[in-house]
Design a protein around this ligand. Structure first.
Ligand code: B12
Ligand code: SF4
Length: 437
C-alpha cells in the first residue's frame, strides 16, 4: 500500500495543546480526492504534531503551506529530496512563487488542488512527473465532495466548513489575487448539508468562504435556499462567516442567516477613509455608512467583527484615533486590526517591491507583525498605533458594554465567550500538569 504523509508545517510547535480556533481544510479535501488504496497520515505542526522528514515512513509527502510557514516547508522539502521521497507542495504562497518552491520540492501545485492532486498521484503511479500542476479556480464544484473530517486535528476548537470558493474582486492586498480565473462558485447544497451533518455536534462552526453571500442577486437567492434547508434541519450549532459589506442591503438574507444559526459576521471594513479604500481597491466600501451596516446586522441579532488594516500609505499618525472613533461610532462588537502586509504575488506586493519596501523574510510576513516598510510609520510606531486601537476596545468598560448589548437580545455569543474562557482555563490546567511532569 502506498503511504502518503500530509503535512501542515509550522515555524514552531509552540501552539501544542492550545486552543486553535478553526481548522484548515486543504488536506481534508485532498484526502477526499485520494483513491482508497493509499494510506494517509496527517501531521499538523500548527496543532502540535512534529513532522520528522529525516525518518518519516512515506512514499509521497504532500505539503500545504502558507507564507509564514514556508521556511519550515522548504526545510522539510530539502530533506525529502535528499531521501528521494516524492514530494508536492501547494497553497497561496507557492502559487505566487512556484519556481522558488521547485528548488525544494519535486512538484508544485499552482491554484486549486483537487484536480492537480489526482493528476500528480496518477503520474507518480506511472513513473512520470511534472514540475508544475495547474488547478484553475473556475472548475465546477459538483464533484468536490466533503473534506475528510479525520484530517482536522483534534486540537482545533471548531470545525471549518466551506460552502463556496473564489471571489471576483481584486483588492490589492488580498492573497487570493494570486489565483488566476478565481470565479465565485457555490458548492452544491446537498454536499454542504452533508458536511454540516458531519460537524453538527460542535458548539460552533466557522465558515471559511471568502464571502458567504456571494456577489450577485442570483448568488444571494441561492444562499437563501441553502439557509432555509439549514433551518429545516434544525442544526444546533451557531456559526460565523466572512462577508462583504453588501450584506446590509438584504434584510431577508440577514434574517434567514440568524434563523439558521449565524451569530457573527467577519466583515472586511479595511479602512474608514476613502483614500485608503481606493488605495487597496476596496471600491465596494467607498461611501458606505458603517453605522448603518452595523445597525442593520445588530437588528438581526448578528454581531460584527470588523477587519481593518493599519499602516497603509494614506495613514498618518492621526489615523488610529480616526479609526477608533469610526469603529466606536459604528458600534462594532470586535475589531481586528492587521498590519498592511504584502503577500507575495499580490498587486500590493508588486508595487511595494518596486519601491524596495517588502520583506522576503517569510517567517515574519504575517498580519500580526509589521513586515513592510511603512510610508509614514517606523515599525515601532506601527506597533504602537495598532496597540492604541486594540487598547481602546479591549478594556473592561468596552467589553461590559458589548456584553450588555447582547445579554437581552441573544445570549449565544455570551455562552460562546464563556465556553472559550472555560477552554482556555482547561488549557492552562493541562499546561501546568505537563510542566510539572
Ligand atoms: C483556517 C485558517 C487558519 C487556521 C488554521 C491555520 C493552519 N493550521 O494553517 C487558524 C485560525 C489557526 C489560522 C491562523 C493563521 N493564519 Co490562517 N487561514 C485560515 C483560512 C481562513 C482557511 C484555510 C482553508 O482551509 N481554506 C480552504 C482550503 C480548501 O483552501 P486552501 O487552503 O487555499 O487550499 C486549496 C489550494 O490552495 C490548494 N492547496 C493548498 N495546499 C495544498 C497542498 C497540495 C499538496 C496541493 C496539491 C494543493 C494544495 O488546494 C486546496 C484545495 O483546493 C484562510 C483563508 C481562506 N479562506 O482560505 C486563512 C489563511 C490561510 N491564513 C493566513 C494567515 C496569514 C494566518 C496567520 C499567520 C495569521 C496571522 N496572524 O497573520 C495564522 C498562523 C497560521 C500558521 N499556520 O502559522 C493567510 C495566509 C496568506 C498566505 N499568503 O499564505 C490566509 C490566506 C488568510 C489571509 N487572507 O490572510 N488560519
Ligand atoms: S479581500 Fe475579500 S473581497 Fe477583496 S479580493 Fe479578497 S476575498 Fe475578494
Amino acid at each position: 500500500m502506498t503511504k502518503i504523509a500530509m503535512v501542515y508545517p509550522a515555524k514552531d510547535t509552540i501552539h501544542t495543546g492550545e486552543i486553535l480556533l478553526y481548522c484548515p481544510l486543504a488536506l481534508g479535501y485532498l484526502a477526499t480526492h485520494t483513491p482508497d488504496e493509499y494510506k494517509i497520515t496527517l501531521y499538523d505542526e500548527y496543532a502540535g504534531d512534529v513532522f520528522d522528514a529525516d525518518n518519516v515512513d512515506a512514499d509521497i509527502v504532500a505539503v500545504a503551506a502558507i507564507t509564514p510557514s514556508i521556511t519550515r516547508s522548504y526545510e522539510i522539502g530539502k530533506k525529502l529530496k535528499k531521501r528521494k521521497i516524492k514530494s508536492i507542495i501547494g497553497g497561496a504562497h507557492v502559487t505566487a512563487l512556484p519556481d522558488e518552491a521547485l528548488q525544494y520540492y519535486d512538484s508544485v501545485c499552482i491554484g486549486e488542488g483537487e484536480g492537480p492532486w489526482r493528476e500528480f498521484l496518477a503520474d507518480v503511479e506511472h513513473g512520470r512527473k511534472k514540475d508544475k500542476y495547474f488547478g484553475p479556480m473556475n472548475v465546477s464544484l459538483h464533484n468536490l465532495g466533503i473534506p475528510r473530517r479525520d484530517m482536522c486535528h483534534e486540537n482545533y476548537q471548531f470545525p471549518s466548513v466551506l460552502t463556496s470558493r473564489g471571489c471576483p474582486y481584486s483588492c490589492s492586498f488580498c492573497y487570493l489575487t494570486v489565483f488566476d480565473s478565481r470565479s465565485y462558485r457555490m458548492i452544491p447544497h446537498e454536499t454542504i448539508l452533508a458536511d454540516f451533518d458531519a460537524v453538527k455536534d460542535s458548539y460552533a462552526v466557522i465558515l471559511v468562504d471568502e464571502n458567504f453571500i456571494g456577489y450577485s442577486e442570483k448568488d444571494r437567492e441561492d444562499r437563501k435556499i441553502l439557509l432555509e434547508k439549514m433551518i429545516k434541519r434544525r442544526y444546533k450549532f451557531m456559526w460565523g462567516c466572512q462577508t462583504t459589506t453588501t450584506i446590509a442591503q438584504d434584510q431577508e438574507l440577514m434574517r434567514l442567516m440568524y434563523m439558521a444559526g449565524c451569530r457573527a459576521v467577519f466583515v472586511g471594513f479595511e479602512a474608514v477613509d476613502e483614500e485608503s479604500l481606493k488605495f487597496v481597491r476596496k471600491n465596494h466600501n467607498v461611501g458606505l455608512d458603517y453605522k448603518d451596516l452595523v445597525k442593520k446586522l445588530h437588528s438581526n441579532n448578528i454581531a460584527v467583527i470588523a477587519s481593518t488594516i493599519i499602516g497603509l500609505d494614506s495613514h498618518d499618525r492621526y489615523y488610529p484615533a480616526k479609526l477608533i472613533k469610526a469603529l466606536k461610532d459604528a458600534k462594532v462588537d470586535y475589531p481586528r486590526v492587521f498590519f498592511a502586509t504584502a503577500w507575495p504575488g499580490t498587486p500590493f506586493f508588486k508595487d511595494l517591491e518596486k519601491e524596495g519596501r517588502i520583506s522576503r523574510n517569510w517567517d515574519e510576513v504575517r498580519k500580526d507583525m509589521p513586515s513592510i516598510k511603512f510610508k509614514n510609520f517606523t515599525k515601532e510606531e506601527a506597533i504602537t498605533a495598532r496597540q492604541e486601537v486594540l487598547d481602546a476596545f479591549f478594556k473592561p468598560r468596552f467589553i461590559i458594554k458589548m456584553l450588555l448589548r447582547w445579554i437581552f437580545k441573544d445570549r449565544s455569543l455570551i455562552k460562546l465567550y464563556l465556553n472559550m474562557m472555560k477552554s482556555y482555563k482547561e488549557r492552562d490546567r493541562k499546561k501546568k500538569i505537563n510542566m510539572a511532569a
